[in-house]
Design a protein. Structure first.
Length: 241
């Protein structure tokens, strides 16, 4: 069950998510544009995401192109979906909420840990200047890199590697986002967060209830943390040493 819960918001101690298979139109084709509008209105804005830039991008990025074809009919449903290799694409709301928490203005250099299918990177690419994304699962890394390039996300660079180490040669970053959960936030990522930066990450036990935390660093380098909500994500995997 845990593999299906990556990027899932929890309401109280239980889940609050309905996974729906969406019916095609009379022509037999999905009206993806309508489904995106409904996703933004019912799943994202209705739950409190207010940033107009985030809402606009969530309505523009074609999520169905970032999931396996077998799951495209559920691409805009209210839940995560498997993308292979024990990984998932996160619930649309959690993608939007984590993105909003970064408070991107358009000039930022962003580090993402856990590229997955590339969906979160695609969202970030429309809100920041440059996105550096790291994926430890080789096949996912290569397919996401090709997918993003094919779709014209030219300001995203994908690296196959260990997210625990971050991307030191590109640091500092104005924003960092983790789409997988370490038991403890890696110190290397905190160090690579620049002054005035914001970091959003799920932190906690493997396949258990985790805290989605916001880390901020002020101009003097003082770090503060607060919990945003309770979530469940797949674990963050270490590379070989």
């Amino acid at each position: 069950m845990g593999k299906w819960l990556a990027g899932l918001i929890l309401f109280g101690l239980g889940g609050g998510v309905a996974l729906a298979v969406l019916a095609p139109t009379a022509s037999g084709r999905q009206d993806y544009a309508r489904l995106r509008r409904e996703m933004v209105a019912r799943q994202i804005a209705a739950r409190g995401v207010r940033d107009p830039r985030v809402l606009a991008v969530m309505g523009q990025i074609k999520r169905h192109l970032f999931v396996p074809e077998a799951f495209r009919s559920s691409a805009y449903a209210d839940g995560p979906l498997p993308i292979g290799h024990g990984q998932t694409i996160s619930q649309p709301y959690i993608v939007a909420a984590m993105t909003e928490a970064l408070e991107l203005k358009g000039h930022e250099k962003v580090l993402e840990i856990g590229t997955g299918s590339g969906y979160q990177a695609a969202v970030l690419s429309r809100l920041a200047k440059k996105v550096y994304s790291i994926e430890i699962v080789g096949p996912l890394c290569r397919s996401a890199r090709a997918r993003l390039a094919r779709r014209g996300y030219t300001n995203v660079q994908v690296r196959c590697g260990d997210g625990y180490r971050g991307w030191p040669e590109k640091a500092p970053f104005q924003a960092i986002i983790l789409t997988c959960a370490p038991p403890k936030l890696p110190q290397a990522l905190i160090q690579q967060l620049g002054p005035g930066g914001r970091l959003v990450a799920p932190v906690g036990p493997v396949f258990g209830i985790q805290r989605l935390i916001l880390v901020t660093k002020d101009a003097r380098g003082v770090v503060s943390r607060k919990t945003l909500m309770m979530v469940r994500f797949v674990p963050m995997v270490r590379g070989r040493r």
